[in-house]
Design a protein around this ligand. Structure first.
Ligand code: URA
Length: 215
């Protein structure tokens, strides 16, 4: 399942216009904050798919019954570019356990690249809902490699991928190479083209560099 948040949420188009704009995106704090807001909206939409239970709480004047999330999702992010989106998810799922994965493109002399995974920290995932944030779903290679690697921590009941821009080529790659039955992709917007170097067109540029400076 793929959800384009620009089509389902009335505010996302406004934020995407700033995230993509080559002038506005140079304001690093605003760029990060817009990604964070996107993470918050994604958290809100994903929360509708979770299971809720009634919880009785004592107020100063009586007892109230509130619906609370039965089991918080695990929040995983791909370092470093995913951190701002991740913060948005953390703002809403504030009791969640976290997973951090450092995945980056190791470029070869011929222009091709491989995905290198280094630091991985993850709680047990068996039966859990996992939300993985990565701002750019370009080729899909780093997400598939990350999902494959996380299998050693258990099989999640569902994986929600949260991304600012998803490229149709990457979406198809993830659907072909990971268990599509348990994967939902929540994208701020969807683009159709990739450059030879794996950048999304029109995209937004390099999300990690825009959020945190050049490597
Ligand atoms: N990573 C980015 O930061 N931008 C792209 O367009 C693709 C991958």
């Amino acid at each position: 399942m793929i959800i384009n948040l620009s089509e389902t949420n009335s505010l996302v188009g406004e934020w995407m216009s700033e995230i993509r704009d080559e002038i506005i995106q140079t304001d690093r704090m605003r760029f990060r904050r817009n990604l964070e807001r996107l993470g918050e909206v994604a958290a809100y939409e994903i929360s509708k798919t979770l299971t809720f239970v009634d919880k009785e709480v004592q107020t100063p004047l009586g007892t109230a019954t509130c619906g609370v999330i039965k089991q918080q999702p695990v929040l995983g992010t791909i370092l470093r570019a995913g951190l701002a989106l991740h913060q948005g998810l953390v703002n809403y799922f504030d009791k969640a356990d976290h997973a951090y994965i450092s995945a980056y493109r190791k470029h070869n002399r011929d222009g091709s690249f491989e995905i290198s995974l280094e630091y991985v920290s993850c709680p047990p995932l068996d039966g859990q809902v996992l939300i993985l944030s990565d701002p750019m779903l370009a080729t899909g290679a780093s997400l598939v490699k990350t999902i494959d690697h996380l299998a050693e921590f258990g099989k999640p009941a569902h994986i929600h991928i949260v991304t600012a821009i998803a490229c149709t080529i990457g979406i198809e790659y993830v659907q072909r190479n990971a268990d599509a039955n348990i994967i939902s992709i929540w994208a701020g917007d969807i683009d159709d083209e990739l450059t030879a170097k794996g950048y999304i067109v029109p995209g937004l540029g390099d999300a990690g560099d825009l959020a945190f400076g050049t490597k």
